[in-house]
Design a protein around this ligand. Structure first.
Ligand code: AFP
Length: 345
């Protein structure tokens, strides 16, 4: 991978990673390649979303008298349909489906588990703000491969992810992913004219401390005093400590995270009292926090729930929610110290 430069395709990159692993079977390569194809299909559809006024908004009837499918459901279906036939997955889990998604019996099963949020930031679809797909890949626990896969097999610590990443459908379509273990975080941009993702961001490293804080401050009244003090700190931090920070928040986790990854900063979705049913905030551990936490860690950043690493949380449910503090290491460490009560501001 040392000689890789701009122009390296995602397929070349995945294959060269496979060659560096003497135990690789090619299964993982097949899996990632198919995910890339699914993302290209979603990207094409997202790009058409700007034409809603001409073609009919999602959920309505278009000029051909067809029902226009909601984009998040479309993305969900594309991923399920494309991924289940390759024979490398034993099950999937999606933000859109309450239960595990079984692999249809007509296809062979493999050892991998794919968890994903098909279209994160869906409230931004109709207003042309970047949205994305987030994914994390795990291996089923060793043992009898013919045994039916159970929810417990899927509820693994984030640290056990074999790969994680995201696609952003924005001013261009970008894929960022890592296979962990020091292999780095790499970004690939889709060149529509050639239909390929080409290496554009090699070995991304995030700044240790950033100048951006990203949070929905409309929730201020629902936060506890520690959370309020933390956000006030980022706004008023003195220049010597790299402040004051700028506020940037578009409401698509994947887009807010990506910007902060490249520029440095912290994204926060704290616990709040807005909805008694969601005391841990809004974001989902398995399909949002864990994959991005792995990317952040591999890029030199950190992700915490305010008390410890996201990647060490033992999940109790597929759709478990978690507070999330993620981004530049020093900023997230400070957030953790404040929220856990170790440091007073
Ligand atoms: P939607 O997919 O429902 O738009 O939610 C997006 C999201 O899960 C995440 O991408 C954002 O960071 C966060 O929610 C925004 O939530 P608020 O609207 O409460 O700020």
């Amino acid at each position: 991978m040392k000689d890789e430069g701009v122009g390296t395709t995602i397929t070349q990159h995945i294959l060269s990673q496979q060659r560096e692993n003497p135990h690789a079977t090619g299964a993982f390569t097949t899996l990632l390649n198919e995910l890339v194809v699914a993302a290209k299909v979603i990207s094409r559809e997202v790009n058409k979303a700007g034409l809603v006024d001409i073609l009919g908004a999602t959920g309505t009837i278009n000029v051909q008298d067809e029902q226009v499918q909601k984009l998040d459901l479309f993305a969900n279906q594309v991923i399920i349909q494309r991924m289940q036939h390759i024979g490398e997955l034993c099950c999937m889990g999606s933000e859109e489906d309450p239960d595990l998604i079984e692999i249809s019996s007509q296809y062979p099963r493999g050892d991998y588990i794919l968890l994903f949020d098909p279209l994160d930031g869906s409230s931004n679809i109709d207003v042309n703000v970047s949205i994305g797909t987030i994914f994390g890949i795990y291996k089923r626990p060793p043992g009898d491969k013919n045994r039916e896969i159970l929810l417990n097999d899927v509820l693994q610590l984030g640290i056990k992810q074999m790969a994680a990443g995201y696609f952003i459908y924005g001013s261009s379509t970008i894929m960022v992913y890592t296979t962990g273990a020091g292999t780095g975080v790499h970004g690939f941009t889709l060149f529509p004219s050639v239909g390929e993702f080409l290496l554009s961001h090699k070995d991304i490293k995030t700044p240790e401390r950033g100048k951006i804080y990203s949070v929905n401050e409309g929730n201020y009244q629902y936060w506890d005093t520690k959370t309020r003090a933390l956000i006030d700190h980022f706004k008023t931090r003195d220049a010597k400590a790299g402040g004051p920070c700028s506020s940037r928040y578009v409401g698509s986790l994947v887009a807010d995270f990506h910007r902060n990854l490249l520029k440095g900063g912290i994204f926060m979705y704290p616990a709040d009292k807005k909805d008694p049913k969601k005391p841990s905030g809004k974001l989902r551990l398995m399909v949002e926090a864990n994959p991005l936490a792995m990317v952040a860690r591999e890029a030199g950043g950190y992700a915490s729930n305010g008390h410890g690493p996201i990647l060490d949380i033992d999940p109790g449910a597929l759709h478990q929610r978690t507070p999330l503090y993620i981004g530049s290491k020093k900023d997230v460490e400070l957030a953790e110290a404040v929220i856990s009560g170790k440091k007073k501001l």
